[in-house]
Design a protein around this ligand. Structure first.
Ligand code: NAD
Length: 263
C-alpha cells in the first residue's frame, strides 16, 4: 500500500463502530497516507466515531442523516471551508427496516421500499452531486458499498437486493456523467461481514458460515481486504477503473453450487 494516498484527502461516510466497513477503509486510507474527514449518523454513533477519528489524526467530524438535505449541505459546506478540493468520498451507508430483511420479498411494504431506496441508493447521488464541485479541479474518486444480493437471490436480503441493484446501476450512470471531469465512480462488493448492518439481515450467521466454507478461498472478506481495495481504487493505481463493481468475497460469486464436501 505504501504511501499511495499521500497528499490525498477525503470524506468517509458510514462509520458506526470499529467493525464498520467504512472504518476498515478509513484505516487503510490513513495507513496509505490520506487525510480524513468523517460523517456519522446521530450523537450515539458520534461518541463512538470520535475516538476512532482521533486515532487516525482526524478532527473533522460531522453529523449527517442522508435523508436530510440540510445536513448534507452543511457537511459539504464545512468540508469546502476546510479543504478547497477533496480526492475521495466513501459512501458506506444502507438501511432497511429489519422486519423486512427476513421472510418473503413479496411482503415488502411501499413505505420501507421507498425508505430503503432513499438511504441505500439515492443518497449516493446526493453525495456525488455535492462532491462534484470539490473534485472538478483535480479529479477524484467516489466509492460505494454493495453486495451480490443485487444480482443473485440471497435469502432474507429482499428489498436490500433491489436497492443494491439500483445502487450499482447508479454507479455506472454517475461514472459516465463525471468521467469527463476526471472523477471515477466505483462500487466494492464484499461478501458477508460481521457488522451492525450485516447482523440485521435474517440468517446472517448462516450466510456468513456458508460463504466462509464454500468460497474458493474458503474465507470471508476482511476489513483489511476491503480497505486495501478501496485504496487501490482511490489511488493512482486505479486511474483507469470506473463504473465497476469489484468483488471482495473470496471468489464466492463464481460458484454454481456449494463445494462437494459441503453438500
Ligand atoms: P454498519 O452498520 O457498520 O454501517 C452502516 C452505516 O450506515 C452506519 O454507520 C449507519 O449510521 C449508516 N446509516 C444508515 N442510515 C443512515 C442515514 N439515514 N444517514 C446517514 N447514515 C446512515 O454496517 P456495514 O456492514 O459496514 O455497512 C456499510 C455498507 O456496506 C452498507 O452499504 C452495506 O450494505 C454494505 N455491505 C455490507 C456487507 C455486510 O455483510 N456487512 C456486505 C456487503 C456490503
Amino acid at each position: 500500500m505504501g504511501n499511495s494516498m499521500c497528499g490525498k484527502r477525503g470524506l468517509v461516510m458510514g462509520v458506526a463502530n470499529d467493525r464498520s466497513i467504512a472504518w476498515g477503509i478509513a484505516k487503510a486510507m490513513h495507513e496509505a497516507g490520506a487525510e480524513l474527514a468523517f460523517s456519522y449518523q446521530g450523537d450515539a454513533f458520534g461518541k463512538r466515531v470520535a475516538p476512532l477519528a482521533e486515532s487516525v489524526g482526524s478532527d473533522f467530524l460531522v453529523d449527517v442523516d442522508v435523508t436530510d438535505d440540510a445536513s448534507l449541505d452543511a457537511a459539504f459546506d464545512g468540508l469546502a471551508q476546510r479543504w478547497p478540493t477533496i480526492d475521495f468520498v466513501v459512501h458506506a451507508i444502507a438501511f432497511s427496516d429489519k422486519s423486512e430483511l427476513t421472510g418473503r420479498f413479496l411482503n415488502t411494504s411501499r413505505a420501507n421500499f421507498k425508505h430503503s431506496m432513499d438511504i441505500s441508493c439515492y443518497s449516493f447521488i446526493e453525495v456525488a452531486r455535492r462532491a462534484h464541485p470539490l473534485m472538478c479541479e483535480n479529479g477524484g474518486t467516489l466509492l460505494t458499498l454493495t453486495y451480490q444480493g443485487s444480482n443473485r437471490v440471497v435469502p432474507n436480503y429482499n428489498v436490500m437486493g433491489v436497492a443494491k441493484a439500483a445502487l450499482e446501476s447508479a454507479t455506472r450512470y454517475l461514472a459516465n456523467d463525471l468521467g469527463p471531469d476526471g472523477i471515477r465512480v466505483n462500487a466494492i462488493s464484499p461478501g458477508p461481514m460481521k457488522t451492525l448492518a450485516g447482523a440485521a439481515i435474517g440468517g446472517a450467521r448462516k450466510t456468513y458460515k456458508h460463504t466462509d466454507m464454500n468460497a474458493p478461498l474458503r474465507a470471508n472478506a476482511t476489513l483489511e481486504a476491503v480497505g486495501g481495495t478501496a485504496v487501490y481504487l482511490a489511488s493512482d493505481a486505479g486511474a483507469c477503473t470506473t463504473g465497476e463493481v469489484i468483488r471482495v468475497d473470496g471468489g464466492f460469486h463464481v460458484l454454481g453450487m456449494p463445494q462437494a464436501d459441503n453438500l
